[in-house]
Ligand binder design. Structure first.
Ligand code: ADP
Ligand code: ASP
Ligand code: MG
Length: 421
């Protein structure tokens, strides 16, 4: 039996907590598991390193960024390992390179392409607890260190669990599970006992930072169940799974669901302030214009999210779209170059926006969810700037200053009962 346990930044924030993590990993070993530990950097370290880099240059090299920010995790794994050795366990630390985590070349948001598990397997075979630095990998093509994007240690954990065919993948964090909304924003948010990969992927992609979206994607594609737990309190967590578990199976796993939870149409409310809106005005209304703009943006590696085009008037149309704030500069450079090539076109950006979303597979079979959402926002004087829907989610772009209010009122309506049908 093999378990992968991942600890986030707050769970390894100081020496006391590092010793706590070592004790937790040791307890798993005592319970008869082979154990792989994934660690993040200490809380705040990654931000601090990025801050230093930005002080030196606004236009920093992404290769140097990866080389720098990966050190937060690199520094932590020998500390956890030493704490395990101190407890009398056999253990060894590994960087992403040593753990065989291969990625593509996209610095700062690299994708794992393969994992060579030989070295980890050998160490596990020797009875060692393997302590692996999360968030980092390397590109075999360039030989460079890469990182997987913010929150990337989650992805290291699930990807390694998949590659090693682990029996369990546990993500320990500073909350005791996945809630119906960020419990730091909505005080009466409820802990979900179980959530499907599909719903969790939407929630994570729409801003619920408790899990990185890419890790949920791995879980979905490789059928890895993920248990989200608190590293500080001994409480039942949330199981992320694609299996349909009946009440008996859930109880055997130590999971208790409330009847009401099962009937929820909306399973979660999420928000994302890392959004910016770009509007291109007076575009000539002819075939190929949209293709040209978005091909250029894709070429610049910009992730475009919502897109709206209005009906053309006098042969000219406007297009608005959203991008992550972190990619706004690149996106603006790209559209400004485009605008310079097409006479009369202008571009403008709005950074003070946010996206609020509701997620739930129950929406598929319920009418009136969208209208309830729009009415609720309007009742609180919140103007909707953009809307996008899929089968299991509805997102609205709003003024950033209303984010918390919007999340609370939507949670009240959809989770606390007023919006149930
Ligand atoms: P770690 O450092 O352990 O990876 P993160 O800070 O990345 O932890 O993620 C945990 C945080 O996610 C919580 O402290 C919580 O504020 C936030 N969060 C946002 N949405 C949710 C949600 N729906 N359920 C639980 N936590 C959430
Ligand atoms: N340390 C990295 C970050 O802060 C990765 C992680 O914590 O998962 O984003
Ligand atoms: Mg995280």
């Amino acid at each position: 039996m093999l378990v992968v346990v991942k600890f986030g930044g707050t769970s390894v924030a100081d020496v006391g907590r590092i010793k706590n993590v070592a004790r937790k990993a040791a307890a798993k070993k005592d319970a008869g598991y082979d154990v792989v530990v994934i660690s993040s950097a200490m809380a705040g370290i990654t931000d601090q390193l990025i801050g230093y880099l930005k002080e030196i240059s606004k236009n920093y090299s992404l290769r140097e960024y990866d080389q720098l920010v990966s050190t937060g995790e690199t520094a932590n794994v020998p500390l956890i390992t030493q704490a395990l050795l101190e407890l009398g366990y056999s253990a060894e630390s590994f960087t992403g390179v040593q753990a065989g985590i291969k990625t593509n070349d996209t610095h700062s948001k690299a994708r794992i392409t393969a994992i060579d598990t030989e070295r980890i397997k050998r160490a596990l075979g020797e009875g060692k607890i393997c302590v692996v630095a999360g968030f980092q990998g390397f590109s075999p093509a360039s030989g460079n260190i890469t990182t997987l994007g913010r929150g990337g240690s989650d992805t290291t954990a699930v990807a390694l669990a998949a590659a090693l065919k682990a029996d369990l993948c546990e993500i320990y964090t500073d909350v005791d599970g996945v809630y119906t909304a960020d419990p730091r924003v909505v005080r009466d948010a409820r802990k979900l006992a179980v959530i499907s990969h599909e719903e969790m992927l939407e929630l994570a992609s729409l801003g619920a930072k408790v899990l990185m979206p890419r890790c949920v994607e791995f879980g979905m594609n490789f059928n890895v169940d993920i248990m989200v737990l608190s590293s500080l309190e001994d409480k039942p967590g949330t199981l992320v799974t694609s299996k349909e578990l009946n009440a008996g199976e859930l109880r055997r796993k130590g999971i208790f669901t409330e009847e009401k939870m099962e009937k929820m149409v909306v399973r979660g409310v999420a928000s994302d302030k890392n959004q910016a809106k770009i509007t291109l005005r007076d575009l000539p209304d002819r075939p190929g214009i949209a293709a040209e703009i978005f091909t250029r943006l894709a070429g610049a590696n910009v992730n475009v999210d919502m897109i709206i085009q209005n009906i053309a008037k006098d042969g000219r149309a406007n297009i608005s779209f959203t991008v992550p704030k972190t990619e706004l500069n690149t996106a603006l450079n790209t559209v400004n170059t485009f605008a310079a090539d097409v006479p009369g076109v202008s571009a403008e950006a709005d950074e003070d926006i946010a996206k609020v979303s509701i997620v739930g597979v129950g929406m598929l079979s319920h009418v009136g969810v969208a209208s309830t959402m729009f009415q609720t926002l309007s009742n609180h004087g919140i103007n909707i700037l953009m809307i996008s829907t899929s089968e299991i989610k509805i997102s609205c772009v709003i003024d950033e200053k209303f984010t918390e209010l919007a999340v609370r009122v939507l949670h009240d309506i959809f989770i606390n009962g007023l919006g149930q049908r």
